[in-house]
Ligand binder design. Structure first.
Ligand code: COA
Length: 389
């Protein structure tokens, strides 16, 4: 019996800001953002793209009419919830037209939650060979204008269909999770932006990775040479590299070091132009790896998921026969390429309008592809969605 990722897709908003421009506007050396943090562009969400519309947009292209009948659970992982009670999975289930006899829920643990959602889906499917689970990671990563975290913002969603006989990757049972109570990043209820201790968050991430990896290697008698590539949670591209460097130094052969360093570059190609999408960052990185690196069916991939607070998890997957055929590389690269650049001033306007729920559809939708879901209005605290005509 094999269970794993059968379909995998991402959606990002149609707008971005150039990091060199942002650096200049903030009186910072552009190389701090471009090299020190490792980000070139940052996705910017208009008010019309929230976690529901982005999640539905990520899922729509990979859900067939048959899938709508076979999906019996929808899980949305997010740390930018738009409601403290109602799960965004319920709205996404409705927008996608999935059959009604389904469980829908939202999961939270900072950037980590999509990983337990996938693990839960895998366990749930063991006695249900004909059913599928839709897992969506959707977030708007926002620290505030002029804040320390500003260069590590972003927005986007990743959708995954988990099923038996997966077309992309089989998931294994050998995961190791590591929990540590730490205040590196948190968002008290009612606050619109998170509180973050930047230095501590970098140290906590690396510590969590080392604990998860070392325990994994010990329990399952594995070494770095067993992996074709490692994928990391990517709040910014330099972060995963730092974690990788921390274990590569003296433990791995030169071949292994070169292979894991090269594959990390491919695994962050897309993230470099999107920024942090919190729960979806690891899975955007996985898509980036699969679409930009020379890998083969049967290759073994390690994935490190991290959510501040904190929980880390290291788990593994094996690529399926024909995995590349299940990915829409052309559509993904077109989505990245066709976005509209915003000046820093426009980005600031978008940013404020998002927080204040001020709508200006003509401006925002002018470059939206037809058929995309968007948030049309909020009336009496109810969110109404539509598709671009
Ligand atoms: N050229 C090249 N690199 C430069 C540079 C320049 N002109 N100026 C600075 N840098 C480097 C620094 O040396 C540093 O690299 P290092 O970490 O390898 O030493 C990097 O750029 C960032 O500089 P730093 O002083 O740490 O930046 P900061 O105090 O502005 O904080 C973050 C950066 C990422 C911590 C901050 O944006 C943040 O808090 N983000 C949100 C939290 C987050 O994403 N945490 C990650 C774990 S979940």
């Amino acid at each position: 019996m094999t269970i794993g990722i059968d379909q995998l897709n991402f959606y990002i908003p149609n707008f971005y800001v150039d990091m060199a421009e942002l650096a200049k506007a903030r009186d910072v050396d552009p190389n701090k953002f471009l090299i020190g943090i490792g980000q070139t562009e940052m996705a910017v969400s208009p008010v019309s793209q929230d976690i529901v519309s982005m999640g539905a947009n990520a899922a729509q292209p990979i859900i067939t009419e048959q899938d709508k009948k076979n999906i019996t659970m929808v899980i949305v992982a997010t740390e930018s919830a738009i409601d403290s009670a109602k799960a965004s999975a319920v709205q996404i289930h409705h927008l996608l037209g999935i059959q009604p006899f389904a469980r829908c829920l939202e999961m939270k643990e900072a950037c980590y939650a999509a990983t337990p959602a996938i693990q839960m889906a895998k366990d749930y499917l063991v006695p249900r060979p004909n059913e599928k689970v839709l897992v969506i990671a959707s977030d708007t990563a926002r620290y505030g204008l002029n804040s320390g975290g500003e260069p590590t913002q972003g927005a986007g969603a990743v959708a995954m269909v988990i099923s038996h006989n997966p077309r992309i990757a089989e998931l294994h049972d050998d995961s190791v999770a590591f929990t540590e109570d730490v205040y590196d990043f948190w968002r008290p209820s009612g606050e619109i932006y998170p509180l973050v201790d930047g230095k501590l968050s970098k140290d906590a991430y690396i510590h969590s990775f080392q604990e998860s990896w070392n325990e994994y290697a010990k329990r399952y008698h594995k070494s770095l040479s067993d992996f074709a590539a490692l994928c990391f949670h990517v709040p910014f591209t330099k972060m995963g590299q730092k974690a990788l460097d921390s274990i590569l130094t003296d433990t791995a052969s030169e071949d292994t070091q070169a292979r894991l360093n090269d594959s990390y570059k491919s695994a962050t190609d897309y993230n470099r132009y999107v920024g942090n999408i919190y729960t979806g960052s690891l899975y955007l990185s996985l898509i980036s790896l699969l679409e930009n690196h020379d890998l083969n069916a049967g290759d073994h991939i390690g994935l490190f998921s991290y959510g501040s607070g904190s929980v880390g998890e290291f788990y593994t997957a094996t690529l399926s026969d024909g995995f590349k055929d299940a990915l829409d590389v052309e559509a993904h690269q077109a989505m990245l390429k066709n976005r509209k650049a915003l000046s820093v001033e426009e980005y600031e306007t978008f940013f404020k309008r998002f927080d204040n729920l001020e709508f200006d559809h003509d401006r925002e939708l002018e470059v939206e592809p037809k058929g995309n879901f968007y948030l049309k209005e909020v009336s009496d605290n109810i969110r109404y969605y539509d598709t671009v005509k």
